[in-house]
Design a protein around this ligand. Sequence first.
Ligand code: FPP
Length: 231
Amino acid sequence: MKVPETIAIIMDGNGRWAKAKGLPRTAGHKQGADTIRTVALHANARGVKKLILYAFSTENWKRPQDEVSFLCKLPGLFFNRFIKELMVNNIRVTFAGELERFPEDTQNVILKAVDQTSANTGLELCIAINYGARREIVKGILHYAEDVVSQSRKNDLTEEEFSRYLMIPEEVDLLIRTSGELRISNFLLWQIAYAELIFTPVAWPDFNEEELDRCIEEFAKRDRRFGGLTS
Ligand code: FPP
């Protein structure tokens, strides 16, 4: 079966999942972090090369302070529990986004996980954190402009070359959004130009191996033409 090389997921529905169970929203985020473990291990086993997860957007700072504080603590809780398992499974952690805005301890746990797993050769688990696609594109343009001004580059650029100025240079093959909303929410606007899109009603805390397999099967059935006539 044709397995997507790069999968991106908008992990939505944690709050609604918790509310439906009479739990605080943070309980949904905690369960959602466990789903990250399940899905990363399974994507790795299926031979996916890169899994990009939308953990915190540039707009999420607008949430109530206690929820933001909890979300800042989650990477620490997550890596404390699962870093050994990520190592055993040869998974490499990376991140995309402007880490500087997070408390120092949050930055440090993420950088430590990136460093610890940097020699692993299996799945790349990329956490998009304080990430926004428009910001990513603006930063890419600024970086390119600096290179032109310093004359380390000529004033012309292919699409492929521009990709390398982004936080995430890869094309996304499959984009999944959980929990029923039909939006992209400022995630990976450049990289999803030809991605297959799957919107599932399943809330992120309930997403699991079977759901991922279902998405991969659906992807394999799609006829990707990239603007041409037949694949
Ligand atoms: C969307 O659900 C989810 C988020 C904004 C946070 C996602 C974060 C995690 C799952 C954990 C991150 C952990 C690590 C290790 C980086 P929502 O709160 O918008 O749900 P709702 O739409 O039902 O309110």
